[in-house]
Design a protein around this ligand. Sequence first.
Ligand SMILES: CC(C)(COP(=O)(O)OP(=O)(O)OC[C@H]1O[C@@H](n2cnc3c(N)ncnc32)[C@H](O)[C@@H]1OP(=O)(O)O)[C@@H](O)C(=O)NCCC(=O)NCCS
Length: 186
Amino acid sequence: MPTPATGAQRPPIRLRTPAPEDASAFLAAVAASRRLHAGRVSPPDTRALYRTWLERIGDGSYFGHFLVDDAGELAGVVNLSEVIRGGYQSAFLGYYVFAGYECQGIMSQGLRLVLPRAFGQYRLHRLEAAIQPGNIASRRLVENIGFHLEGVARRSVKIGGRWRDHERWAITAEQWRGRASRRRKA
Ligand SMILES: CC(C)(COP(=O)(O)OP(=O)(O)OC[C@H]1O[C@@H](n2cnc3c(N)ncnc32)[C@H](O)[C@@H]1OP(=O)(O)O)[C@@H](O)C(=O)NCCC(=O)NCCS
């Protein structure tokens, strides 16, 4: 894996809503990222699964975002899934970059774009990320953003045919806003 880039080298990214016409580019990026994603995430890898993902994005209990680089290429994905309303206002946070985009600060930027939407426009109050203990990049990513480790859920998610332990990292709207206001004052 390449050496992480410094802040000054990080290319700017923006969010875009996934669309039907992105299918070919998305599936090519997923195919090229198999090794990076193996045992960690299982993105849609057929046209039918891509269509199903787009349908989920439209149903109000799931938010999907592409991270797009300055040339318009797909750099990664951030999903908010299992949205529970009522007294919870919570969701699970899932994310991955595509091969060639890792270790450049892309996902750090991506989460800093998605979290204000999650706690603003989407009216969520708590986000949880389920992270395998050995996924150092993912742990550092959320810790830097201000997530807290709440515990370990044993054999909680089946990935690649195996039940795997996952740490439960979470952040609330108040914690996010508190950090944002401290950053502004610093
Ligand atoms: C986890 C993932 C999304 C991180 O994306 P990224 O854009 O490479 O992350 P960033 O470059 O923003 O780096 C985030 C932090 O992780 C660190 N990091 C990144 N890759 C690392 C690696 N391979 N080893 C150790 N630390 C790493 C960075 O240095 C940075 O920490 P720092 O700012 O304290 O230095 C990416 O590695 C990925 O897609 N992995 C496969 C899918 C996956 O694991 N998804 C998450 C499932 S919970």
